[in-house]
Design a protein around this ligand. Structure first.
Ligand SMILES: *Cc1c(COP(=O)(O)O)cnc(C)c1O
Length: 376
């Protein structure tokens, strides 16, 4: 599609470029699995789970089939079921709310902090009630949501505090706590554009609680405690040996990739500081799955169109808040119910950010953004 002298396009994410130096190691790992005859769970998955737990500083990691299934199994292991309510954020990927509904329970949305776009703890605490079984926070775009006040509010009432950490592997909070610590459990996704991406689908549940980890291990094999003896109705949430072997090749590179993401975010910040864009707040513990700027509605769409013409890919994460999704209309929400989340949906724009993004490419994005803003 490129015209002969057009500058190369800049994709939003580029997993093939990020892992290009690892192609031979990935092929060797795949070859090992192909020859092993063991394709689901097994030694590759067990080894990956140990390496992932160590890398995340959490005692237990359980590999599952996707981030969505990690959420579903985590909710089930926390005892969430029919009649229960789960307080969560309306500003997330649909899986967050979808998993709550699939667990048989009801999502109760509390509004987000307009600066960080993470669940506002005070708003969430105001929604806790007698039916609340869990709070599912989402660490949106790789930034940890503040958990201190929620941890205290949940502890006394027997409410499970759970993390949707699909975008936040390796992130740390202001209190120094890491994903999967100080809560009941955290769900990770290995979708290819997440910070640690498989070459297909995959996910994991992190927890400090051995019994909770054992429950996830059961749920991923249809609740079987031993062969042909099913103590829960779980599902097929198993991780492939092939994905585990490939993830084992990539995992040691995660710290360097995270550092590269932080460097790219800092360069964007320096380049865009004196524009009228609203930049995401600084946060040394953020792992920058996305770098999302804000610009009011009409101007956002013009900026996206100008960048597209220059070969720069952007994305609106997310254009519709969860409480206004058609699939959740039975909850009875109307526009205006959660104004901070709704306003964010009208203003957000994710710029390209991935570990192999060069400084030259970042500077080109910055120049194009500045030109677009100046032209109005
Ligand atoms: C990606 C993502 C999920 C789902 O993960 P999959 O691996 O795609 O199933 C859930 N929640 C959030 C916030 C995500 O970004």
């Amino acid at each position: 599609m490129n015209r002969p002298n057009a500058p190369p396009t800049i994709p939003l994410a580029d997993p093939a470029a990020d892992q290009a130096p690892l192609v031979e190691a990935l092929a060797a790992a795949a070859d090992r699995v192909i020859r092993s005859g063991c394709y689901i769970l097994g030694p590759e998955v067990t080894a990956f789970e140990h390496e992932l737990a160590a890398a995340c500083g959490v005692p237990h990691a359980v590999g599952v089939s996707s981030g969505t299934d990690a959420l579903l199994a985590m909710l089930a292991a926390a005892g969430v079921g029919p009649g229960d309510e789960v307080v969560t954020s309306p500003f997330s990927f649909f899986a967050t709310a979808g998993a709550i509904v699939r667990a048989g329970s009801r999502p109760v949305f509390a509004d987000v902090d307009p600066a960080t776009l993470n669940l506002d703890p005070a708003a969430a605490i105001a929604k806790l009630g007698t039916r609340t079984k869990a709070v599912l926070v989402v660490h949106i775009f790789g930034r940890l949501a503040p958990l201190g006040a929620l941890r205290a509010a949940c502890a006394g009432r027997g409410i499970a505090l759970l993390e949707d950490a699909a975008q936040a592997i390796g992130a740390t909070g202001a209190d120094g706590l890491r994903v999967g610590t100080g809560t009941r459990a955290a769900a990770l996704s290995f979708f290819p554009t997440k910070n640690l991406g498989a070459l297909g689908d995959g996910g994991a549940v992190l927890t400090e609680d051995a019994a909770f980890a054992a429950a996830i291990r059961r749920l991923r094999i249809h609740g079987a405690e031993r062969k042909n003896h099913h103590v829960d109705v779980g599902g097929n949430f198993r991780l492939d040996a092939l994905q585990a072997a490939l993830l084992r090749v990539k995992l040691p590179h995660l710290p360097a990739w995270t550092a590269a993401r932080r460097g790219a975010a800092a360069r964007y910040r320096a380049g865009l500081r004196d524009t009228n864009l609203v930049l995401p707040p600084e946060d040394p513990g953020c792992v920058w799955n996305q770098f999302v700027v804000r610009v009011s509605g009409e101007r956002r769409d013009r900026l996206a169109a100008d960048l597209a013409r220059a070969g720069i890919t952007t994305e609106v994460y997310y254009p519709t808040p969860l409480h206004l999704q058609p699939a959740l209309r039975a909850l009875g929400h109307a526009p205006g119910d959660l104004p901070a989340a709704e306003r964010a949906c009208a203003e957000v724009l994710a710029l390209p950010l991935h570990p192999s993004l060069t400084d030259t490419a970042i500077d080109r994005v910055v120049d194009c953004v500045r030109q677009s803003l100046a032209a109005r």
